[in-house]
Write a protein that binds this ligand. Structure first.
Ligand SMILES: O=C(O)c1ccccc1N[C@@H]1O[C@H](COP(=O)(O)O)[C@@H](O)[C@H]1O
Length: 217
């Protein structure tokens, strides 16, 4: 999923895909990774029983399962059946839980809600290399379409140079270029900002988002 960091071009993850044809269209537009939301309360929820198409595109992209405090059975299915390449954890998962998943061979992105500089200290607690920074919104776990102060992403990169910082939260085709230039993340991630309705992506917006994210300095 992650390109050569020396090129300063971020990977692009389009999140909350619910349909196989949209997945194929978005891969063709140049997305580096697709997010599938397995959290039942998400507006973009895809039940495991309806995810039978994932193996058909598994070799064409990087598939990321978006999860919030997932139960053991869901994690077992995702890890053991290799439905996805990466687990993106948006809940209250502890560093030990992340370490246990990594011990089982899972690649993990830990998402952290950013409110202020103090929120960044938790980055160092987690053993995974990839940390996604999202907007803080009490009671909500992500996918809100809200931004957080991007200077905090710069601080995160400087304080934790060994981590891959993924920027998310309220990104759109209209602001992603500015966000990339300001923060130089390893990747950007968007759900709400490229949708016509929850779980349905607007392909023109996706195309524009990818172009803007990868436009370079
Ligand atoms: O998209 C969701 O519904 C969602 C629900 C719970 C946790 C994470 C979710 N999505 C992730 O949230 C961020 C930001 O999304 P947005 O662009 O602000 O809508 C992104 O990482 C999504 O993958």
């Amino acid at each position: 999923m992650f390109p050569d960091p020396s090129k300063s071009i971020p990977a692009v993850k389009i999140c909350g895909i619910t349909q196989e044809q949209q997945a194929r269209d978005i891969i063709a537009l140049g997305a580096d990774a697709l997010g599938i939301n397995f959290w039942p309360k998400s507006k973009r929820y895809l039940p495991l029983e309806k995810a039978g198409w994932l193996p058909r595109i598994y070799d064409s992209t990087t598939l990321v399962a978006v999860l919030v405090n997932a139960d053991a059975q869901t994690l077992d299915t995702l890890v053991e059946e290799r439905l996805v390449h990466i687990l993106q954890l948006h809940g209250d998962e502890s560093p030990d839980q992340v370490a246990a998943l990594m011990d089982r061979g899972a690649h993990v992105i830990k998402a952290l809600a950013v409110r202020d500089r103090d929120s960044l200290a938790r980055i160092g607690d987690y053993p995974c290399q990839s940390i996604l920074l999202d907007a803080y919104n009490p009671g909500l776990y992500g996918g809100t379409g809200e931004t957080f102060p991007w200077d905090l992403a710069v601080v995160a990169r400087e304080q934790f140079p060994d981590k891959r910082i993924i920027l998310s939260g309220g990104l759109t085709p209209g602001n992603v270029r500015e966000a990339v230039l300001a923060t130089r993340p390893a990747a950007v991630d968007v759900a709400s900002g490229v949708e016509s309705s929850p779980g349905i992506k607007d392909l023109a917006m996706v195309r524009q988002f990818i172009q803007q994210a990868k436009a370079g300095a």
